[in-house]
Design a binder for this molecule. Structure first.
Ligand SMILES: *Cc1c(COP(=O)(O)O)cnc(C)c1O
Length: 436
């Protein structure tokens, strides 16, 4: 994949920087200044241009590379901009989505003996943020239609030890926040949103991240808003914001009651500068994904055996980090999903089978025999823990899901038509493909 700013070209740019910033991109004559190509294929990610280059060079030359160096801070500017765009009162930027989760769980002093309810249909980082705190992850099964955590299963999983509900807005589509907020309120449990895939997503017209106490976002390289690595916590709660701030910077804030725990999870000025540049295109990209996703769903709903993931009734905007659908092989002459995906690739349509079963993975199973967990919770509890984690709906879902990545949705309407016609063409030849 062509990258406009590889390490080499970036260093090249920096070397010729005196000219690079003064000369408009079209008249570049300096051989050491490597320009991003004018037009990029829709599948390329991340995207950048002179705005990102200028922002990075400005940080480099300023000598202020970290937020603790004093004076004006791009990290602060980004926090203000992201909070404002997401209608949140406070933002704390972190070094990753994982460290956003670790900071939030640290600020809440989640620890040994606490149970945290999470979905099985998510990236392993959600699980790791819980186990890094020696708390016990408890899986609540998936709603088959939406691929999101099922609030009825969350309700059934709550015990006196439940400290936190940690739903994930998977694919960038909000989980059922009405039902989850109602549960959190009635059972007096904190609700924290793993919104790592969901910048700009909305629940009943309100951006996600502050429906619960707070929300965690990721700016890792594949995400819709990216600086390679990075993350943020949004909240409307000033006390929680201070606790998060103080947790993420050693000896930094001193504004809040310390739990005696903390770490350095700060974002750098370079990452903040890139994020501010990336934010200038975020809304336009999201609007393109909205339109393409709606059109693609309209086309795919006409194909028997293809069912796009439903949006929960309160979803007024998805971030469309992923486009997910159910594949029913019975409507494709029994063509197995792996062969369907291979056939799509041959038609030039890259797709993935998505997450494998997290709750039954070797990584998760290993927790049951982890000596620390056995000592903290008891061997019997850890043996029973595996039984508590059964998620039969999710087990079926992971066998039937097909994903397209967010960059597909940055293409044209014609690209959406190509996806639909590739699927239709495969369906017509499915019997023959199944035998081959
Ligand atoms: C990406 C992601 C994370 C972790 O973010 P990183 O920035 O990679 O640490 C956590 N949860 C979900 C759902 C994610 O997609």
């Amino acid at each position: 994949m062509p990258r406009p700013l590889t390490r080499r070209t970036f260093l090249g740019s920096a070397a010729g920087a005196g000219l690079a910033l003064a000369i408009p991109p079209s008249s570049a004559a300096e051989p050491t200044v490597v320009r991003p190509p004018a037009a990029k294929a829709a599948s390329d990610w991340p995207l950048s241009d002179h705005r990102d280059e200028a922002a990075l060079l400005a940080v480099l030359r300023s000598g202020k590379w970290g937020r603790t160096s004093g004076g004006a801070s791009r990290v602060k500017d980004f926090e203000t901009a992201f909070a404002s765009r997401m209608q949140a009162r406070h933002c704390v930027a972190t070094s990753s989505g994982t460290t956003a989760l670790l900071t939030a769980l640290g600020a809440l002093n989640v620890g040994p003996g606490d149970e945290v309810i999470m979905p099985p249909y998510t990236f392993v980082a959600t699980f790791n943020a819980i186990t890094a705190n020696f708390a016990l992850p408890v899986f609540a099964d998936t709603d088959a239609a939406s691929f999101q955590i099922d609030p009825a299963k969350v309700s059934a999983a709550i015990t006196p030890a439940t400290k936190l509900l940690l739903p994930v807005h998977i694919a960038g589509s909000p989980a059922d926040l009405d039902a989850l907020s109602a549960l959190a309120t009635s059972r007096k449990i904190t609700l924290l949103e793993d919104a790592c895939q969901a910048p700009l997503a909305e629940w009943r017209g309100r951006p996600v991240g502050t429906v619960g106490l707070g929300g965690c976002f990721s700016f890792q390289a594949s995400k819709n808003l990216t600086s390679g690595e990075g993350g943020a916590i949004l909240t409307d709660d000033e006390t929680f914001a201070h606790l998060c701030y103080d947790f993420h910077t050693p000896g930094g804030g001193k504004k809040s009651a310390s739990s005696g725990r903390g770490a350095n999870y700060r974002l750098t000025e370079f990452q903040a500068a890139v994020l501010l540049a990336q934010m200038t295109r975020l809304e336009a990209q999201a609007t393109t994904r909205d339109a393409n996703a709606a059109y693609l769903s309209e086309l795919l709903r006409k194909i028997p055996g293809i069912t796009p993931a439903a949006l929960a009734p309160g979803v007024t905007r998805s971030a469309w980090h992923l486009y997910m659908l159910h594949y029913e092989s019975a409507n494709f002459a029994g063509l197995p999903r792996a062969k369907f995906i291979a056939a799509l690739a041959k038609e030039g349509v890259a797709a993935s089978s998505g997450y494998t079963s997290l709750n039954t993975s070797a990584h998760v199973k290993a927790l049951a025999s982890n000596p620390h967990y056995q000592r903290l919770y008891g061997k019997d509890t850890m043996a029973r823990w595996m039984d508590r984690n059964h998620c039969p709906v999710n087990d079926r879902l992971v066998e039937a899901a097909v994903w397209f990545g967010q960059t597909k949705l940055l293409g044209s309407r014609t690209d959406m038509e190509k996806i639909a016609s590739a699927i239709t063409s495969i369906q017509l030849r499915a019997g023959e493909l199944a035998r081959s």
